[in-house]
Design a protein around this ligand. Structure first.
Ligand code: 1GP
Length: 249
């Protein structure tokens, strides 16, 4: 395993993890730098960088570089397509949107990005990416057939298929800004079925919701909107502390 993946597995032996997602389309490099710095102080485990719209090119590079300068947390790309690759990042979730109806998001974009990842020496971490209702922007952009919220078995079947295809992480995604996070019953069933770490994100805004996801079986919680849209850096810090407490207990 690569450096970042080993770091994740090492940490998971002792605690559940909190990854903060920054979307270069929503935050300036300066804001991203401050949030990453605070995240490290508070005990967040990694910074993810990406988004479905506009997180590319100079805008993406600028945010990744600012984060690298202000914190020593691992930086993991969370690309919406092969456009979401930056040479400044440590690793990339090399993900396949397994429940997309469009092969571009399952294997096409991956093929277009593969040589870029190799050329830049970015650590690829293979990940099954599953979109659960409502799916929000990423569900729409990714031509997903979102998994119904009351059908945990469908999520578990896709998750296990992802593991059998060789993917080393499974991500259950309700969509950024979703009104409700992935239901605990769905997290619990997926966790029971798979052996690889389970990431959960989308719509987690409170420490209580983060705790509920961890109790249900999530290994890694991703939070984005709650911190990006906190209103001020002071409020972002309070939110980070609240969410981190929910996750770490
Ligand atoms: C989105 O799961 C992540 O891809 C985070 O979602 O912005 O709702 O925290 P939020």
């Amino acid at each position: 395993l690569g450096k970042v993946e080993s770091y994740i597995h090492e940490k998971l032996k002792n605690e559940k993890l909190h990854f903060v997602l920054l979307d270069p389309d929503d935050v300036t490099p300066e804001e991203a730098a401050r949030i990453a710095e605070m995240s490290e102080e508070i005990g967040v485990d990694a910074i993810m960088i990406g988004g479905s719209t506009g997180a590319e090119g100079d805008v993406l590079d600028g945010v990744v570089r600012a984060i690298k300068k202000s914190s020593s947390l691992p930086t993991i790309l969370f690309p919406g397509s092969h456009g979401g690759i930056s040479k400044h990042a440590d690793a990339i979730f090399f993900m396949s949107l397994l429940n997309s109806t469009n092969p571009f998001f399952i294997t096409g974009s991956q093929a277009l990005g593969a040589f870029t990842v190799k050329r830049y020496g970015i650590e690829p971490i293979p990940m099954a990416y599953l979109i659960v209702e409502p799916g929000e922007t990423v569900g729409w952009v990714g031509d997903a057939k979102p998994i119904p919220r009351h059908k945990p078995k469908i999520a578990a079947a896709y998750a296990l298929a992802g593991q059998y295809l060789g993917m080393r992480l499974v991500y259950l995604e309700a969509g950024s800004g979703a009104p409700q996070p992935v239901p605990p019953e769905m997290i619990a069933l997926v966790k029971r079925v798979i052996d690889v770490p389970l990431i959960v994100g989308g719509g987690i805004r409170t420490g209580e919701q983060a705790r509920a996801a961890v109790r249900a079986g999530a290994d890694i919680i991703v939070t984005g909107t709650a911190i990006e849209k906190a209103g001020s850096l002071g409020k972002a810090r309070e939110k980070l502390v609240e969410l981190n407490r929910g996750i770490k207990g």
